[in-house]
Design a protein around this ligand. Structure first.
Ligand code: IDP
Ligand code: MG
Length: 138
C-alpha cells in the first residue's frame, strides 16, 4: 500500500553537493517526491523536530549541526515507504551501514549522516506536518 514518509537532506549533504546523487537514488528506489523545500532551521525548530532526543548526550551537538546550514526536507511516497527508506538509508552510524546504503556512501560520521528518515507511521505523520501543509501535499 502507498505510504508517505519524510526525508531531510541534512546540512552535510547540501554542503558537500550530494543532493543530486541522493535524490537520484531515491527516485531509482521508486519514491515519488510529493513536496520539497529548502529551509534553514532555527534553533527552536531543530530542537522541536528532535525533541525525542532531548535527553541524549548528542542532542545539543545535533541541533547545532542541523542549524549549521540549509536542509532539504522532502515528502516521499512509495509502497512501504517508511521501512523502505530506512533500508535504503542504512544504519545511523555509517561505519555500521550496509554496503550500497546512502549513509554508507555519503555520511561522514554518526552525526553527519547525510539524511533523515521517519521511523514509524505516527512519526512520519508528525514529521510531514512539521514541514508541509495538507494542501501542499494534496
Ligand atoms: P536515525 O536518524 O537513524 O533515526 P536517531 O537515533 O533517531 O537516528 O538519531 C537522530 C540523529 O541524531 C541521527 O541521525 C544523527 O544525526 C544523530 N545521532 C544519533 N546518534 C548519535 C550519536 O551517538 N552521536 C552523535 N550523533 C548521533
Ligand atoms: Mg530517528
Amino acid at each position: 500500500m502507498k505510504q508517505r514518509t519524510l526525508t531531510i537532506l541534512k546540512p552535510d549533504t547540501v554542503a558537500r553537493r550530494n543532493c543530486g546523487a541522493i535524490i537520484a537514488r531515491l527516485e531509482q528506489e521508486g519514491f515519488e517526491i510529493l513536496g520539497a523545500r529548502m529551509v534553514r532551521l532555527s534553533e527552536e525548530q531543530a530542537m522541536a523536530f528532535y525533541a525525542v532526543h532531548k535527553d541524549k548526550p548528542f542532542y545539543r551537538s545535533l541541533v547545532e549541526f542541523m542549524t549549521s546550514g540549509p536542509v532539504w526536507p522532502m515528502a516521499l511516497e512509495r509502497d512501504n515507504a517508511i521501512e523502505h527508506l530506512r533500508l535504503v538509508m542504512g544504519a545511523t552510524d555509517p561505519a555500521k551501514a550496509a554496503p550500497g546504503t546512502i549513509r554508507q556512501q555519503f555520511a561522514s560520521s554518526i552525526e553527519r549522516n547525510a539524511i533523515h528518515g521517519s521511523d514509524s507511521p505516527e512519526n512520519a505523520r508528525t514529521e510531514l506536518a512539521f514541514f508541509f501543509s495538507a494542501v501542499e501535499l494534496a
